[in-house]
Design a protein around this ligand. Structure first.
Ligand code: SF4
Length: 366
């Protein structure tokens, strides 16, 4: 097992090195505390810091912690965890190969990471025939560019902002590295969750508990400030439709949809406007309750209930396939927002259909 295997554990040659070493996964998780500890750190750091933490000084531990980390992610089986973990591994890969590949052309080579070339990385992801070096950077075939850039949020990646050169998209060296980062993220996420034998699951019980605890403490409202009703989880779509249809919601349902809307960035005024169509609407009381839930007039910003609570109150309606991999409506929404392209993720409040604070007709009462 070499340093380059530990540095890039998602590569085929790293997998082969693990396989050639005849590592038994059951024995590994039972007997090797250093590997299990580093694997758990990769995963928990991915959730809390969006990185995998510092590499272990022992290449063997660092390399073997990667397959064990994938096993841990699989046992927990939460969509938000798979996404954050894959993104964190890809970020670490970017940081490493951005440094290594630049150094491979300079005298820094001997003091940087292992000797690795961009050609090797391109071949790793089957991109060698579609990427060509130019005087200014690289030309990437549009067929390879589109799937890799689709998940990148910045405007600069949209084809409309690119000077297409025949069937190629010119990119800088840094941009090529970001496209490779996306290829790494796709590969890390590929196949997750794995099917894990019971004897491995039993051995990793404490680490799984630790990761679940970190997920429970995750502030799901921290990163969300966009309102796209089409991407709401089925339960919240249902509650929003009932509000808009003028249904009188029980207290727990009203709390759930109000907290959810507040958590994703709606202001009190916008939430109060929604309730206006409700029979018995009282602006003062609605505003008071909304401010309280949002933490404007109370010490706490309340978070929308988790799926278990929604189910116990009968508010979990029409769960779909994604619901099987999440435990909180906000995780569902975060996943949908992350997967949506720019056209799908237009904030309700920024739509130029003349109705910038309310859902359109297709949502209302549907
Ligand atoms: S499983 Fe959770 S997110 Fe899905 S509909 Fe039920 S409560 Fe909502």
């Amino acid at each position: 097992m070499e340093a380059r295997h530990a540095r890039y554990p998602f590569r085929q040659e790293a997998r082969e090195a693990v396989s050639a070493a005849g590592v038994d996964l059951v024995e590994l998780v039972r007997d090797d505390d250093a590997v299990v500890e580093r694997a758990a750190e990769r995963v928990t750091n991915a959730v809390t810091e969006r990185d995998i933490g510092d590499a272990h000084p022992d290449d063997r531990v660092e390399l073997l912690s990667y397959p064990v980390a994938r096993v841990l992610v699989s046992i927990v089986d939460e969509h938000v965890l798979v996404r954050r973990y894959a993104a964190a591994e890809a970020q670490a890969a970017f940081d490493r190969f951005d440094a290594d590949l630049r150094a491979s052309d300079t005298e820094l080579k001997s003091v940087s990471g292992p000797d690795i070339t961009v050609e090797e990385f391109l071949a790793e992801f089957g991109l060698d025939a579609q990427v060509r070096e130019t005087a200014d950077g690289y030309d990437v075939g549009v067929g390879a560019y589109l799937p890799l850039s689709a998940s990148l949020k910045d405007e600069q990646w949209r084809l409309v902002h690119r000077a297409l050169d025949g069937g190629d998209v010119p990119v800088s060296e840094t941009e090529l590295h970001h496209l490779l980062q996306q290829a790494v993220e796709d590969r890390v996420a590929d196949g997750l969750p794995l099917t894990v034998p019971d004897e491995i699951t039993d051995e990793l019980g404490p680490q799984v508990g630790e990761i679940r605890g970190v997920l429970d403490d995750l502030d799901l409202t921290r990163d969300i400030d966009i309102v796209v009703p089409e991407l709401f989880p089925p339960c919240m779509k249902n509650l929003l439709e009932r509000v808009r249809a003028g249904d009188h919601l029980p207290h727990h349902s009203r709390f759930a949809i109000t907290a959810f809307l507040g958590n994703i960035g709606l202001e009190t005024d916008e939430i109060v406007d929604l309730y206006e169509v409700n029979p018995g609407f009282g602006e003062e009381m609605t505003r008071y309750q909304t401010d309280h839930i949002k933490g404007e007039t109370s010490p706490t910003e309340y978070t929308a209930p988790a799926c278990a609570t929604m189910k116990s109150y009968g508010d979990c309606v029409n769960p779909d396939a994604l619901c099987e991999h999440i435990s909180h409506p906000l995780s569902y929404y975060e996943a949908k927002i992350d997967d949506a392209d720019e056209e799908e993720a237009i904030d309700w409040r920024e739509r130029d259909d003349g109705d910038d604070a309310e859902p359109d007709e297709s949502e209302e009462g549907a």
